[in-house]
Design a protein around this ligand. Structure first.
Ligand code: FES
Ligand code: MG
Length: 577
């Protein structure tokens, strides 16, 4: 056994495995039941592999295969790999929304890392919430950490055309309601959209968060884009396994990587990829875990002038497979190198600038040159005003230019159920100039801040050929969705934000140029309405949902639980027997 200085075990894991006493016996002997040899415990780095595999999380369902490549890499480099499960936040099935459980999964990850004998950890991320939850939990421990994403699915295919995850579901379902697509074709497209292992292959939240992990420096270059079924994905897993062992030797921890500069790089990259609005919330939460002073306004300040260069759905035409063949995220970052902090450190031990030195782009249709952007402004617009005192967001690259400065009459829905019950009522008093307002969809209200902000348009408006209207809510929307949709209104209605006070017929002004969201109702009237307002109770009065309701912060702070901010480290806990 290799003891370090002062008689203390050199490695964290040796506090469990290093002793010749009763406790050392106990910690080693049970582990040997899986066939581990003596030298697995000889002081070599023990690497935890945090696996979000679940058959309820289709985007991560191939992780049992991928993890084997990570393990081989760890063994190649002389480490001991030990895989462990954490709560798998799957986007497609979890109700009321996977976001309700992001913080639970982050707690699970953090506590599992700290309580177990590991010296470093590989985070296996894929579906939307699995990336932020694992990064948040690991960041609060600050052991050497490396992200391996599961990779996107192959491009969807149906009747000779490409299909994008999510994006085309939203489109097709509107087409069916508008009478432009048959229900038979709609159901047949189901089998063409998702035809390989992996996560959504649009630039939705999963691809965005994989890109955020890479641009933050938390994953090896190339991590974001290799399809799940491409052999490069397995090779990347293997190389990541080798690298995490070196990172333990180098003591290269998230606190050295997740600096203010890294977050600024990620925000700029998000603009250039036309990334998901969900990244705003997740990165705000992550920054609070590592004590980086970052605010909602930083997204606008740093991102507003970044051109969207990646021509991927939902903002553009192509899909992640095309992005990969064009050179992936390194090729994109190369186009905006002048906007990045090239001295920021990444998990491979090199800086962003060093990683980009020899990078080429192989397809300037998919990854545009700076003088030919998909959209001049790829970043997130942060809006403020009396309707959103703490802010709201809108993604200009997914919105309709003519609607971004718009004044319209509010048509209010008190909940998503109210919306679904009335949206297609022929008597609903609405036309395409109205502003659809949804309440009760924020962190406390839903609970969990569901992706319902991109409310489908009323059928009678779709039938006129209209495909976009201004929508305002305290909800999120899927990263695969599009439209002139104002999201994340803070404070939310269930917390008594002014959104709660909007009534049918009020006029709402959206002015993206001036970053303004205004409810044209005078203060005295709003005060009178506030006196009549009563706060809704939590959905459950005990259990995790009660904890969440009592402690969740608003979207402008990242919607983490208020007691989870900061890094609590990974000091060795006291003995268990
Ligand atoms: Fe899992 Fe889109 S549903 S990544
Ligand atoms: Mg989603």
């Amino acid at each position: 056994m290799s003891d370090g200085e002062n008689g203390h075990p050199k490695r964290r894991s040796q506090a469990w495995f290093g002793g010749h006493d009763r406790d050392g016996f106990l910690h080693r002997s049970w582990m040997k039941n899986s066939g581990l040899p003596d030298d697995a415990f000889d002081g070599r780095p023990v690497i935890g592999i945090c696996n979000t595999f679940s058959e309820f999380t289709p985007c991560n369902a191939h992780f049992r295969g991928l993890v084997e490549h990570i393990k081989r890499g760890i063994l190649d480099a002389g480490g001991t790999p030990l895989e462990f499960p954490v709560f798998s936040c799957g986007e497609t099935l979890l109700r009321p929304t996977a976001m309700l459980f992001r913080n639970l999964a982050a707690m699970d990850t953090e506590e599992a890392i700290r309580a177990n004998p590991m010296d470093g950890v590989v985070l296996m991320c894929g579906c939307d919430k699995t990336t932020p939850s694992l990064m948040m939990g690991a960041a609060s421990c600050d052991l050497p950490t490396l992200v391996v994403s599961g990779g996107p699915m192959l491009n969807g295919r149906f009747k000779g055309r490409q299909l994008g995850s999510g994006t085309d579901v939203w489109k097709f379902s509107e087409d069916v309601r508008a009478g432009k697509m048959s229900i038979d074709d709609f159901l047949a497209a189901e089998s063409g959209m998702h035809r390989s292992a992996g996560h959504c292959m649009t630039m939705g939240t999963a691809s965005t968060m994989a890109s955020m992990a890479e641009s933050l420096g938390m994953a090896l270059p190339g991590n974001a884009a290799f399809p799940a079924v491409d052999a490069h994905r397995n090779r990347l897993g293997r190389m990541s396994g080798r690298r995490i062992v070196e990172m333990v030797e180098e003591d290269l921890k998230p606190s050295k990587i997740l600096t203010r500069k890294a977050f600024e790089n990620a925000i700029r990259t998000n603009g250039a990829i036309g990334g998901s609005t969900n990244a705003v919330i997740h990165l705000l939460a992550l920054a609070r875990r590592v004590g980086v002073d970052m605010h909602l306004s930083d997204w606008d300040k740093l991102g507003h002038d970044v051109p969207c260069l990646v021509d991927l759905m939902p903002s553009g035409r192509f899909l992640m497979e095309d992005f990969c063949y064009a050179g992936g995220l390194p090729a994109l970052m190369k186009q905006i190198e002048d906007l990045l902090h090239t001295d920021a450190l990444t998990v491979n031990g090199h800086t962003v600038g060093e990683n980009l030195a020899d990078v080429e782009c192989f397809d300037h249709e998919v990854i545009r040159k700076r003088d030919n952007p998909v959209n001049e402004r790829g970043g997130i617009a942060v809006l403020k005003g009396n309707l959103a005192p703490d802010g709201a967001v809108l993604k200009p690259s997914a919105a309709t230019a003519e609607l971004m400065n718009h004044r319209g009459r509010a048509v209010v829905f008190e909940s998503i159920e109210d919306f679904k019950a009335r949206v297609d009522d022929p008597d609903l008093d609405i036309d395409e100039t109205c502003v659809m307002v949804l309440k009760g969809a924020g962190p406390k209200g839903y609970p969990g801040m569901a992706e319902v902000g991109n409310m489908p348009l009323p059928t009678k408006i779709l039938e006129k050929g209209v495909r976009d209207m201004v929508r305002v809510s305290d909800a999120r929307m899927s990263g695969t969705a599009f439209g002139t949709v104002v999201l994340h209104v803070s404070p939310e209605s269930a917390a008594g934000g002014p959104l709660a006070l909007v009534e049918n017929g009020d006029m709402i002004e959206l002015d993206v140029d001036n970053r303004r969201l205004h409810l044209d109702v005078d203060d005295a009237e709003l005060e009178a309405r506030r006196k009549r307002w009563t706060a809704p109770p939590p959905a459950m009065d005990s259990g995790y949902q009660k904890l969440y309701f009592d402690h969740v912060q608003q979207a402008d702070l990242g919607a983490d639980l208020d007691f989870l901010g900061g890094c609590r480290g990974a000091a060795i806990p006291r003995e268990n027997h």
